[in-house]
Structure formats: structure tokens, C-alpha cells
Design a protein around this ligand. Structure first.
Ligand SMILES: N[C@@H](CCC(=O)N[C@@H](CSC(=S)NCCc1ccccc1)C(=O)NCC(=O)O)C(=O)O
Length: 208
């Protein structure tokens, strides 16, 4: 596996979860940071399968689509369940996190000024679904008894929501404990404390 290279813009965005996952898995990676003005010239965009970033290179193997990248890292680092059923449940949870992430991205980029308060008010109706899964599994992870790529995706999207609304997990004890325990994992703590992580804005429009 590896060496890994991420090509993306100078934001956490859709690379937050994969960076946290690689850090926790003891992996190093190179970052190619794309300046948006350069991107707009179109040369790099034209080489991307879907005309978008992020791109992960794993040695000579190139992959786009952030969730496909997470799944690839899950296969590479034993973070995709112990069997087919766990893998299917992890896929389901990853897709559920993506649904929440898409709602968050739409609010951040299209409706922040007019929609932030309504989004926060409605947020418990989405977080309660993950709380129920986390509480039922009882291991401190979404599926199985160790972190999967879906856990890293949920963890990162919850970190972003805690910036948006610091009290958003106050009525969800299992999610609150999940974030505390993931944050305390030594390699994740080191990464979250790093300048490399802290210097990046969460989103591309400066809103959070
Ligand atoms: N399904 C894809 C979506 C990838 C994606 O949306 N990429 C965006 C960046 S990720 C993101 S959250 N976009 C929101 C707005 C944004 C654009 C550019 C930089 C930063 C944020 C992108 O490449 N935009 C440039 C373009 O389309 O020409 C995935 O999960 O990787």
C-alpha cells in the first residue's frame, strides 16, 4: 500500500475523514494543494474522471470520489468489517453519513445566512439516527468492535457540526462519547493538534 498522495484544495472539505483515517492507521501521505485560480484554468480538471477533486494516489493507482477513497483505505487497512455482513452495514452507515454531509455542504455553500438556524434546529432529526445505531452496537463504533471507514467519516462530520453548533451532541450521549473517544486516540489527537490540520479551513467559502 502507498505511498499515498492526496490532491485537493486547501481545505478540509471532502478530505477531512480520509486524513484522520490515514493518521489513525499510522500512514503518511503527501498533499498536492491545488490553488483554485489554477484549477479554474481547467487543465487539471480535464484529467479528473468526474472533473472534480479529491484524488488519492496509492502508488501508481489513482482514485476519485471521496467515499470510494475511504472504502479503498478501509480495504487496505482492515477497516471494512470482519465479514460481508459487517462490510454491508459499514457501507450503509457510510452512505447515511454522506446524506448528512450533503445536507451540511448545501447549507454551508448555498443557504448559510438564511438557512443555518433552520438547519441546526432540524439537525437532531438526523443525529438521532446515528445515536440509535451507536447506542445499539455498544462497542463505541458504528459496526463491529473497531473503527471502520464509516466511523472516520461520521467522526469528521460530527467535528464539523460541533463547530457549527457546539451543543449539537448534548442530547446524544453515545455520539458525544464516540467523538471524545475518537479524539483521544493517540494518532488522531496528534493529527488534530497539528498545524497541518488546524491551518486548513473546514470549507472553501470560509463559512463554518
Ligand atoms: N462526489 C464527489 C464530490 C467531489 C466534489 O464536490 N469536489 C469539489 C470540491 S469538494 C466540495 S465540498 N465542494 C464544495 C465547493 C468547493 C469547491 C472548490 C473548492 C472547495 C469547495 C470540486 O472538485 N469542485 C470543483 C469543481 O467541481 O470544478 C466526492 O465525494 O469526491
Amino acid at each position: 500500500m502507498g505511498p499515498y498522495t492526496i490532491t485537493y484544495f486547501g481545505v478540509r472539505g471532502r478530505c477531512g475523514a480520509m486524513r484522520i483515517m490515514m493518521a489513525d492507521q499510522g500512514q503518511e501521505w503527501k498533499e498536492i494543494v491545488v490553488d483554485f485560480a489554477d484549477w479554474m484554468k481547467g487543465d487539471l480538471k480535464a484529467t479528473c474522471v468526474f472533473g472534480q477533486l479529491p484524488k488519492l494516489e496509492d502508488g501508481g493507482f489513482a482514485l476519485y470520489q471521496s467515499n470510494a477513497i475511504l472504502r479503498h483505505l478501509g480495504r487496505n487497512h482492515d477497516a471494512y468489517g470482519k465479514d460481508g455482513k459487517e462490510a454491508a452495514l459499514i457501507d450503509m452507515m457510510c452512505d447515511g453519513v454522506e446524506d448528512l454531509r450533503l445536507k451540511y455542504v448545501k447549507m454551508i455553500y448555498q443557504e448559510y445566512d438564511t438557512g443555518k438556524d433552520v438547519y441546526i434546529k432540524d439537525l437532531p432529526n438526523h443525529l438521532d439516527k446515528f445515536e440509535a445505531v451507536m447506542a445499539k452496537n455498544k462497542t463505541g463504533f458504528l459496526v463491529g468492535d473497531k473503527p471502520s471507514f464509516a466511523d472516520y467519516s461520521l467522526f469528521e462530520v460530527l467535528l464539523n457540526h460541533l463547530v457549527l453548533c457546539s451543543s449539537c451532541l448534548d442530547t446524544f450521549p453515545s455520539l458525544k462519547s464516540f467523538v471524545e473517544k475518537m479524539s483521544a486516540r493517540p494518532k488522531i489527537k496528534t493529527f488534530l493538534d497539528s498545524e497541518a490540520y488546524k491551518k486548513l479551513p473546514i470549507n472553501g467559502n470560509g463559512k463554518q
